[in-house]
Design a protein around this ligand. Sequence first.
Ligand code: ACO
Length: 377
Amino acid sequence: MSEVQFKEGLEDVVAGTSEICFIDGKEGRLVYRGYDVQDLAEQARFEEVVYLLWQGELPTRQQLDKFTAELGSMRSLAEPVRNLLGSLPASTNPMDALRTAVSLAGIYDSESKDNSYDASYRKAMRLVAQIPTMVATFERHHQGLAPIAPDANLSLAENFLYMLSGKQPDELSAHVFNTALVLHADHELNASTFAARVTAATLTDLYSAVTSAIGTLKGPLHGGANEQVMVMLDEIGDVDRVDAWIEEGLAQHKKIMGFGHRVYKTEDPRATILRRFSRELGEKTGTIKYYGMLEGVRTAIQANKALYPNVDFYSGSVYQALGIPTEIYTPVFAISRIAGWTAHVLEQYRHNRIIRPRAEYTGPSHRKFIPLDNRMV
Ligand code: ACO
């Protein structure tokens, strides 16, 4: 099929237009709706960024107060979803739990049969509000603890940390977690967002699109890398062992988790911000050893390859200092990325055409059919 242009992994292929997010991979810039993510990370609340991604404009104070109060009032889970999260086997992968909980929540959503734009927007609000409750509820059960009901008076970032530990976070922890949520909120046509858009483009419902996205985010080449970075640090064990570990890993052609990116050809701007928090929180909480190992890994990799850290490289050490258990790092990614997934699904619904590319056929052709009894082993 000579007219079909094929690029492995769809590298650099433009697969759609979008007004939501811009990445400059050469300069290392990430922009949401025209605003540099660095400015948003320093100054905006996550709720403000969700509003921006969905509406295209930053909210006024009045709009933000109303939006935040609405989200706060939607945090409780439907009873069957709560029961599901309490009855899954202890060995359940937390991303599998989240994918299943979201799918079940779709069945019990009060507007499950309504796929209009307005109903989908309200479903998106419920998902932003409830995914943190799902993750915290699952994790509390996993630790053999009773789940903690959400507190509608806390911000989304504060409330998640509260639902995990039962304690209201201090100001620095709440600020750092809010920033991490802002940094992960959207990233153009990354694999999970593309999966969400492909699903939505069949005009199926928003819960189905988000379920596809969660399954896609789980993989170690995408959102699962943050957890794998911590697994790697635990394997390395000490800063003195970094060089030998990396040398051996590269000699075995191992992928070093948290490095490389399809779009960034320089450092991921999100990693730059998270590196600062990794050091600050590491010093404050006595976990600086992890920061030391991360910097050792970065130096060792960059001495050998032109590879830069991505967002997943430092986020795990930040979450660890915040007291978030390693097994839910990827679900924590979803707590933020639900904002971007739903923004893209809503945009897809507004200007929809089914997404249906072609494959370059590389199999055999013109084979003669052999009747069943004539086939040789
Ligand atoms: N460690 C070692 N080598 C690497 C790494 C890495 N992390 N990443 C890329 N390379 C090398 C590859 O081996 C390849 O080398 P070669 O040309 O000599 O064969 C070259 O760099 C190009 O790598 P590809 O895998 O082809 O790049 P691609 O754009 O397909 O993949 C990806 C990007 C998946 C992010 C890749 O860099 C990777 O696997 N990184 C580790 C996993 C990770 O951190 N994922 C999180 C990404 S951010 C996110 O999704 C939130």
